[in-house]
Design a protein around this ligand. Structure first.
Ligand SMILES: NC(=O)c1ccc[n+]([C@@H]2O[C@H](COP(=O)([O-])OP(=O)(O)OC[C@H]3O[C@@H](n4cnc5c(N)ncnc54)[C@H](OP(=O)(O)O)[C@@H]3O)[C@@H](O)[C@H]2O)c1
Length: 285
């Protein structure tokens, strides 16, 4: 596995992480019936990833997967893992943030969270109030680093201003070969300021693992040049190669897919491949 420093945290994080959001029906069944569909397979997939050196796992209180992460990390060295979770947007009042963090810690079976992220901005709650609680969690040692998710550049800067004692480590946003909105302003800012980007939906919901048409042709050419890399590996390598601050977090529910995704690290697309793929995806280089 290949590792990079995660923003300014000093922590070496695997360039490929693992996401754990399944789908709304999974969440509903888990919440109403305490039924976690295909739980053993999901745990096996996460454990396989950790065995392969992936140390970044992303979850959230809303996903109903913190318990799965807790089981998956059992027996591994806690201090080598980078566990990221999120507080939901209805829990952004001061007391609610503190309570949500306690609940996440309990479900994760951990004494601290490496990265605690505000899942979505909530304009009806002052970000200063949320960040006061986040700051307290760091001071108490319950959270190592604070992050946000789905924050625009302007919202990110405002959140940082509300945190005089700590620096925001990351912003988790959608980013893939086919969805590149963040390249306009957020990504350049994060590169200049060494803020990590957790790239969600890095496989565009799986569609980049089964490419068609012009894109398939470009993927095939690149694959031939690099010893038969799969579309998922190429799409993830494109992200890792695109910027040193980007950490894709593909979700994979089966061990063999995690093995495949881990194989997106440790090699490099060259400039010509990057340009070829970007053009085929309909974007500017
Ligand atoms: N912050 C936010 O608001 C937000 C929003 C969305 C997602 N996220 C995070 O980002 C993570 C990833 O996003 P996502 O799950 O929506 O999309 P994604 O990772 O782009 O795509 C997931 C889909 O790709 C499939 N897949 C994964 N690896 C594959 C492979 N090697 N070959 C073929 N198919 C493969 C998965 O199948 P199986 O799972 O069936 O194996 C799943 O159907 C989430 O799990 C979550 O942690 C965050």
């Amino acid at each position: 596995m290949e590792y990079r420093e995660f923003g300014k945290t000093g922590f070496k994080v695997s360039v490929i992480g693992m996401g754990t959001y399944y789908d709304p029906s999974y969440i509903i069944l888990a919440r109403l019936l305490r039924l976690h569909r295909r739980k053993a397979l999901k745990i096996a997939a996460l454990r396989k990833g950790i065995e392969l050196g992936i140390n970044l796992i992303d979850t959230a209180e809303i996903y109903e997967t913190e318990g799965i992460v807790a089981e998956a990390i059992k027996g591994f060295k806690r201090d080598e893992l980078f566990i990221a979770t999120k507080v939901w947007l209805t829990h952004l009042r001061y007391e609610k943030v503190l309570k949500a963090a306690e609940n996440s810690l309990r479900r994760l079976g951990c004494s601290y969270i490496d990265l605690y992220q505000v899942h979505w901005p909530n304009p009806s709650i002052p970000v200063e109030e949320t960040m006061r609680a986040m700051s307290r969690l760091v001071d108490e040692g319950k959270v190592r680093h604070i992050g946000v998710s789905n924050f625009s550049l302007e919202q990110f800067k405002k959140a940082q201003e509300a945190l005089p004692k700590h620096e925001l480590a990351s912003n988790q946003v959608e980013y893939s070969l086919t969805v590149r909105r963040i390249e306009k302003d957020l990504l350049p800012y994060c590169e200049q300021n060494n803020v990590a980007i957790l790239a969600y939906r890095p496989l565009a919901h799986g569609s980049l693992a089964r490419v068609e048409g012009i894109l398939a042709k470009a993927f095939q050419e690149v694959s031939l040049k690099h010893g038969g890399k799969t579309p998922a590996q190429i799409a993830l390598n494109w992200l890792v190669n695109r910027s040193r601050v980007v950490f894709p977090i593909p979700r994979a529910s089966r061990p063999e897919r995690v093995v495949e995704n881990a194989g997106a690290a440790g090699w490099r697309l060259d400039d010509a491949d990057m340009a070829r793929l970007t053009r085929a995806a309909g974007g500017q280089e």
